[in-house]
Design a protein around this ligand. Structure first.
Ligand SMILES: Nc1ncnc2c1ncn2[C@@H]1O[C@H](COP(=O)(O)OP(=O)(O)OP(=O)(O)O)[C@@H](O)[C@H]1O
Ligand SMILES: [Mg+2]
Length: 501
């Protein structure tokens, strides 16, 4: 092991948006050949700090040093030039271009121009080699618009790795990935380390850090509150630094009576995504659905909801046949869907937080034919407080909130819709530990009030901690039903894994 040298130093960085201080004199160092974990609650300022490093935002104060030399990045292209690449939390791919084009073409319009001279076949061949080297099973010719969140994340990772020469920032790279893909990513990270890159790694999945983190810097409310060696700090201490308080339990206890069948799915089929799926969810019950990316979980719950119609099969809601091809109809029937891709199918980014929260149940806010805006604000404020959405500003466009706070806003919408059956796709993606525990408490309250919850998640500790039963999907079929209290991560994975043929 060689002595690590400082590749990057950020010193005294301050930044505010319209008068609100988001970063207040933050310093950090990242060393060549090491992984620096950058942690903090939702809204702590992690992405903003990294966007300053990537030249997306300009700091009001502070300096950046690369190999000890002071540097200024006026534009993202400058940072790229200096060898700094970033995997953005909110994915930044060009949807109309192919996988290969996204990997090799820079975000700069200048670099797109020579496209006419690029040999498409060579581009695709090179992309194919890279993708398979990284263990990603993607077709270089697919259009990015047609890919799932997990696939897009893999394209984003591949692109950044191609660009990175000195520092690579990964802003929640595993939020859409399942276990085996995370393993591939970690293999890739080790490879980057051995090539002498400094890796800055942001994640809310603390349990994965033991495998790759060398050092850690923790932000709280825009200040760096701790920096040190990863192995020298316990998870409890990390959470305490992040939240500024102790967290007793991540999974609060639930005291729900399991009652009548609320949702029944019979032989539901949508080829080639899934086939012959049967299950039920009862009042008071949390049913988990596990599986690898591409197993058909998202497609299944979208079909139940009526967002994409199934080929055949039946769905019963409260004992009655339910056939919806219109999401709005599903919502008024008491069925809601929390989507995995909050930007594409969830939030209206330009609309205020309050509007986003009340959108699915505006009827409840209308009196005498008029929307009561005071009532709307009060309702929003109630959920903002309950879920600790920050900043607590009902009129702020939701697109301005940090990633995790956007996710909480979407959840608030469905809580307010007062559904009886909740379909949730990766409900805590990108949500910090403390806020996750608030979401779990809300889910428990829903179950205790008699709702049925179907939770698709790639986070196995979450399924084991929250579900009563775990259904495992593999290649579009339900292959196992496990009692969440008696099973283990290994057992779930064994069923989820695709058998070699
Ligand atoms: N472009 C912007 N305009 C106004 N406010 C912003 C902007 N970008 C970020 N903020 C605010 O800055 C704060 C920090 O946000 P940031 O995205 O850096 O948090 P984060 O630590 O990455 O959180 P998360 O874990 O949820 O991704 C938040 O309060 C956010 O609302
Ligand atoms: Mg962020």
């Amino acid at each position: 092991m060689t002595v690590s040298i400082t590749a990057l130093e950020m010193r005294g960085i301050s930044k505010s948006f319209s008068g609100n201080t988001v970063l207040d004199g933050v310093s950090l160092t990242a060393r060549a050949g090491e992984v620096l974990a950058l942690l903090g609650e939702n809204g702590a300022g992690k992405s903003t700090l990294m966007k300053i490093l990537a030249g997306v935002h300009q700091p009001e104060e502070g300096e950046i040093f690369i190999d000890g030399q002071p540097t200024k990045f006026a534009r993202p292209a400058d940072a790229l030039q200096a060898g700094i690449a970033m995997i953005y939390q909110e994915l930044s791919l060009a949807p109309h271009l192919t996988v290969a084009e996204n990997i090799f073409l820079g975000r700069e319009p200048l670099k797109v121009a020579p496209l006419g001279f690029i040999n498409q076949r060579e581009l695709n061949d090179r992309a194919k080699i890279l993708l398979s080297e990284y263990g990603f099973n993607l077709n270089p010719k697919s259009r990015v618009a047609s890919l799932s969140a997990a696939d897009r994340q893999q394209v984003e990772i591949t692109r950044a790795v191609v660009e990175a020469k000195k520092v690579i920032v990964m802003d929640e790279p595993t939020s859409s990935l399942t276990d085996s893909e995370v393993k591939e990513l970690f293999r890739l990270i080790r490879d980057l380390k051995s090539r002498g890159l400094a890796v800055i790694y942001i994640s809310h999945r603390l349990e994965e850090l033991d495998e790759i983190a060398d050092r850690v810097t923790i932000l709280r409310d825009g200040k760096a509150v701790y920096s040190g060696v990863w192995g020298e700090i316990s998870t409890d201490e990390v959470i305490k630094h992040m939240a500024g308080r102790e967290l007793k339990e991540i999974f609060p206890p639930r005291n729900a009576r399991i009652g009548e069948v609320k949702l029944r799915v019979r032989n539901l089929t949508l080829k080639p995504k899934f086939e012959g799926v049967n299950f039920e969810a009862r009042a008071g019950e949390v049913v988990g659905i596990a599986g690898l990316a591409g197993a058909g979980r998202t497609e299944l719950i979208e079909a139940i909801f009526g967002a994409t119609p199934a080929n055949s099969g039946e769905v019963e809601l409260n004992g009655k046949q339910f056939l919806s091809t219109q999401p709005s109809l599903s919502v008024t029937s008491g069925l809601s869907l929390l989507t995995e891709d909050r930007k594409r199918t969830g939030l209206c980014l330009n609309l205020p937080l309050a509007t986003n929260i009340t959108l699915a149940n505006t009827g409840a806010l209308v009196k005498g034919g008029r929307l009561q805006s005071k009532l709307e604000t009060a309702t929003a404020q109630n959920y903002i407080q309950k879920l600790n959405i920050r900043p607590p500003a009902p009129s702020k466009p939701v697109g301005r909130l940090s990633g995790g706070n956007q996710q909480k806003s979407l959840l608030a919408r469905w809580l307010f819709a007062k559904s009886q059956v909740f379909l949730m796709d990766e409900p805590t993606r990108g949500v910090d530990v403390a806020a996750r525990s608030e979401i779990y408490r809300e889910v428990n309250e829903l179950a205790e009030a008699g709702a049925a919850i179907v939770m698709v998640s790639s986070d196995l500790p979450e399924l084991l901690g929250m579900a009563d039963r775990i259904l495992v999907m593999r290649r579009g079929k339900l292959v196992a039903e496990l009692n969440a209290r008696q099973t283990t991560q290994e057992e779930v994975l064994k069923h989820a894994a695709v058998e070699e043929s």
